[in-house]
Design a protein around this ligand. Structure first.
Ligand code: 5GP
Length: 199
């Protein structure tokens, strides 16, 4: 059986990666979304075990010590990590997995799982990025400024990704991720077991 594909999506704060990933997953329900653990407080409407596993700093440290993370990073003063649990198991079963993580985490995953599909989402412009961060309304003025400045820096890291998708429209961006996924799944090296079965 061919292995599943690990898709990693990153993008600066305000790029709309959450919305794009949600759309992509709705249209491709066979792809498993990896729920991260975080030490940040849940936002209104977020549920433990759905958007994130909300854990304390102590618990997070224990998970690190116990080797439970594929990667983890500190983002805006909080910790975020991808639980290793189930990812390898699913990939080996031929199921594909999507991670929506920051650039530090993605660079670590590039080292560990180089055959992952790394996609960087770009905003159509800096003005649009700023207004998206502002319109979210969840940020205080300092956090807003901090997020905007670090977003500009993060965009540079995007050059290290194999693919880039501009989020002009959520539907189009989700479609492009799907196209990348389909092309990747047709790569020869991902289909060696199909060749084997035809011998
Ligand atoms: P937010 O607090 O807005 O949900 O997420 C903040 C940032 O953390 C986003 O860039 C998001 O992609 C990133 N993030 C979420 N989960 C993980 C994770 O498991 N690992 C890493 N490295 N970053 C994550």
């Amino acid at each position: 059986m061919n292995k599943g594909i690990l898709i990693v999506v990153s993008g600066a704060s305000g790029t709309g990666k959450g919305t794009v990933c949600k759309k992509f997953l709705e249209e491709n329900p066979e792809i498993y979304y990896s729920i991260s653990a975080t030490t940040r407080e849940p936002r209104v409407g977020e549920t433990d075990g759905k958007e994130y596993f909300f854990i304390t700093r102590e618990e997070f440290k224990t998970w690190i010590d116990e080797g439970k993370f594929l990667e983890y990073a500190e983002v805006y003063g909080n910790f975020y990590g991808t639980p290793l649990h189930k990812i390898e198991e699913r990939l080996n079963r031929g199921e594909s997995v999507l991670l929506e993580i920051d650039t530090q985490g993605a660079l670590n995953v590039m080292e560990k799982i180089p055959d992952g599909v790394f996609i960087f989402l770009l905003p159509p412009s800096l003005a649009e990025l700023r207004s998206r961060i502002e319109n979210r309304g969840t940020e205080s003025p300092e956090t807003l400024e901090r997020r905007f400045n670090s977003a500009k820096g993060e965009i540079e890291v995007g050059k290290k990704y194999r693919y880039v998708v501009v989020n002009d429209s959520v539907d189009e961006a989700a479609k492009q991720i799907k196209n990348i996924f389909v092309a990747e799944s047709c790569r020869t090296e991902r289909n060696l077991s199909t060749f084997e079965s035809l011998k």
